[in-house]
Ligand binder design. Structure first.
Ligand SMILES: Nc1ncnc2c1ncn2[C@@H]1O[C@H](COP(=O)(O)OP(=O)(O)OP(=O)(O)O)[C@@H](O)[C@H]1O
Ligand SMILES: [Mg+2]
Length: 259
C-alpha cells in the first residue's frame, strides 16, 4: 500500500491560539478519509497546512515519500496535491466547457493563449469532454457558469480539480450550500472519483460521511481525537460527546442509525 500523504506532528498557532496541535495523519493511495469535527476545530486550517497556503510552526508533510513541508502551494499542486477551488475561482461569464478546458490546458502547460480557436487542440478538447461527461455536466456544458444551478457549479469545481490530475484530492465541505434536491449529483460525482486517488473530505453532513468514508478522522480543538473505521469512530462515546448539544447532533445520530 503506497502512502500518498503523510502529516507528522503538524502544529500551527495564531498568537496564543493553537489551531493545529501535533496532527499526524496518513492517507494511502485510494483512501477515502473524512475529516470531521465541530466548528472552529481547525479543519480548514489543517487543509491550508496540507496544501501550503499556510506553513506549519512544527511538523513535516510528505507527499509520496517526498518532503514538501516548505514547498509552495503551486509546487504541491504540480506534484498531485489538489484541493477543490472555490466558486469565485470559476470564470462566471465563460461556459462550463470553457472553464474546464482552461484548467485542462493549464495542467498540460499550455495556458491561456491556447484558448483562441486556432489554438484549441484536439487532445485537450477530448480530455475536457471526458471530464464534463464524468461529472454529468453535459446538459450544461455550453451554458455560462453563472447561469447554472449552484450544485452544478460545485461539480464544475470538482471537474477543474480533476483536470489538474490529482493523486491526492482535498475537498473542503463540497456539499456546503447545495440544496438537498441537487445533492444526488454530488454523491454520484464523489462516488465515481478515480479509485486510485487519495481523497480527504471535510464534511459536516454525517450521511455524506457514512456513504463516502472508509476512514474517519476527528479533529477537536486542533488535535486529532481519533482516526479509524467509520462505525467505530462515530459510535465512540468521546466522539458522540463532542457532538452532544451541537446542531450537527441530529444529523449525526441519523447517520449512525444507518451505519
Ligand atoms: N488566520 C487566522 N488568524 C487567526 N485565527 C484564525 C485564523 N484562521 C483560523 N483561525 C481560528 O482558528 C480556529 C480554527 O479555524 P478553522 O477555520 O480551521 O476551523 P474549522 O474546523 O474549519 O471550522 P468550520 O467548521 O467552521 O469551517 C478558529 O478559532 C478560527 O477563528
Ligand atoms: Mg472550515
Amino acid at each position: 500500500m503506497t502512502v500518498a500523504l503523510e502529516a507528522s506532528g503538524l502544529s500551527k498557532h495564531f498568537g496564543a491560539l493553537h489551531v493545529t496541535q501535533g496532527v499526524s495523519l496518513s492517507l494511502a493511495s485510494g483512501a477515502r478519509t473524512a475529516l470531521i469535527g465541530p466548528n472552529g476545530a481547525g479543519k480548514t486550517t489543517l487543509v491550508n497546512l496540507l496544501t501550503g497556503v499556510l506553513k506549519p510552526d512544527a511538523g513535516t508533510l510528505r507527499l509520496f515519500g517526498e518532503e514538501v513541508t516548505q514547498a509552495s502551494a503551486a509546487v504541491r499542486t504540480r506534484k498531485g496535491l489538489v484541493r477543490t477551488f472555490q466558486i469565485s475561482s470559476l470564470f462566471a461569464q465563460l461556459t462550463v466547457f470553457e472553464n474546464v478546458y482552461i484548467a485542462v490546458a493549464q495542467a498540460a502547460g499550455r495556458g491561456f493563449r491556447f484558448w483562441h480557436a486556432a489554438g484549441r487542440q484536439r487532445d485537450l478538447l477530448e480530455r475536457t469532454e471526458r471530464l464534463v461527461l464524468q461529472l454529468q455536466l453535459q446538459s450544461d456544458m455550453h451554458r455560462r457558469t453563472a447561469e447554472i444551478a449552484y450544485g452544478r457549479q460545485r461539480l464544475v469545481e470538482i471537474a477543474i480539480a480533476l483536470a489538474l490530475e490529482p493523486r491526492v484530492l482535498l475537498l473542503d465541505e463540497p456539499a456546503a450550500g447545495i440544496p438537498s434536491n441537487e445533492l444526488a449529483l454530488l454523491h454520484d460525482a464523489i462516488g465515481s472519483l478515480p479509485a486510485e486517488i487519495a481523497v480527504l473530505m471535510i464534511e459536516h453532513d454525517m450521511e455524506m460521511v457514512r456513504r463516502f468514508a472508509s476512514q474517519v478522522a476527528v479533529l477537536v480543538n486542533g488535535a486529532l481525537l481519533m482516526c479509524g473505521k467509520p462505525q467505530e469512530v462515530m459510535s465512540h462515546p468521546e466522539v458522540q460527546s463532542v457532538y452532544l448539544g451541537t446542531a450537527g447532533k441530529k444529523r449525526f445520530d441519523g447517520a449512525l442509525a444507518h451505519a
